[in-house]
Design a binder for this molecule. Structure first.
Ligand SMILES: C[S@@+](CC[C@H](N)C(=O)[O-])C[C@H]1O[C@@H](n2cnc3c(N)ncnc32)[C@H](O)[C@@H]1O
Length: 245
């Protein structure tokens, strides 16, 4: 059953939808979402998630994923869950994960990782801009390579701040605006192409700046270029931000 392709938004209270794949049953829990589906088309829904699974699944990212997941604890919200490449890196302090992911194919590709996880993981929402949770629901949040893509990032960050309890942390590993002017010029040139082929992914977003503009307190950030990739797409920031008390 497709949950986000061309269907009318389902009215009513929380719907529990068992998603079966290859003998594995994974519960997907949705609160009625009046904002999805967005039309993503065959490329966005079927092909792109597979490409992203490959590119985001490279072993080179594992140490970075381990680092960004380290501060997570308690009830965690992961936005842009993708095919679950962070699952193996959740630390023991994590008690449950609510996954927000619009692409059904990505969620299906995550099936084995979700099934093998020590931590219970539920697909609980489809859109970071409209989170179906009450205020102060989570102790931590995680976003990796997602804030580049969410169409209205300020809105998604406001939602994130709303559903996190005061003092909660957001862990992020994102690519974005490069520190060097020559690289930024290339980012501006390439961004229209990148947005078309990579599902709306922006190259020029100042991610820490956007997080700060949402009222979160950004901690020390590690900014670096990932080895082996063109610098326009390789300008990374890794860090945490805190919801004010
Ligand atoms: C480049 S992938 C990263 C996936 C995963 N976080 C990782 O690190 O492997 C970006 C993800 O953001 C998801 N995404 C796109 N728009 C979104 C939105 N409005 N809310 C939440 N996730 C979104 C995409 O479906 C995709 O899975």
């Amino acid at each position: 059953m497709s949950l986000c392709q061309g269907q009318a938004p389902r009215p009513g209270p929380t719907a529990k939808v068992p998603v079966r794949q290859g003998g594995t049953s994974i519960r997907a829990v949705f609160v009625a979402d009046h904002h999805y589906p967005r039309r993503r088309g065959l490329y966005g829904e079927r092909i792109l998630p597979r490409l992203v699974d490959r590119t985001c699944g490279i072993a080179q990212l594992d140490p970075l994923r381990a680092r960004v997941c380290e501060p997570l604890a308690g009830a965690v919200l992961e936005i842009g869950f993708g095919s679950g490449h962070n699952v193996g890196h959740y630390p023991p302090a994590v008690t449950a994960v609510s996954a927000v992911e619009p692409a059904d194919t990505a969620w299906r590709l995550a099936a084995d990782r979700v099934a093998a996880s020590r931590v219970p993981i539920e697909r609980s929402g489809l859109d970071g801009e409209h989170l179906p949770f009450p205020d102060d629901s989570f102790d931590s949040a995680l976003s990796t390579f997602t804030m580049c893509t969410i169409p209205d990032l300020p809105r998604a960050l406001a939602e994130l701040a709303r559903v996190l309890r005061p003092g909660a942390t957001v862990s992020f590993l994102e690519h974005g605006r490069a520190p060097d002017a020559d690289v930024r010029r290339w980012q501006r040139r390439l961004e229209p192409i990148q947005r078309r082929v990579a599902g709306g992914c922006h190259l020029t977003r100042d991610i820490p700046g956007a997080i700060e503009a949402a009222g979160l307190i950004v901690g020390p950030i590690d900014a670096f270029y990932l080895d082996g990739a063109g610098r326009a797409v390789a300008a990374m920031t890794l860090g945490t931000a805190r919801v004010p008390n």
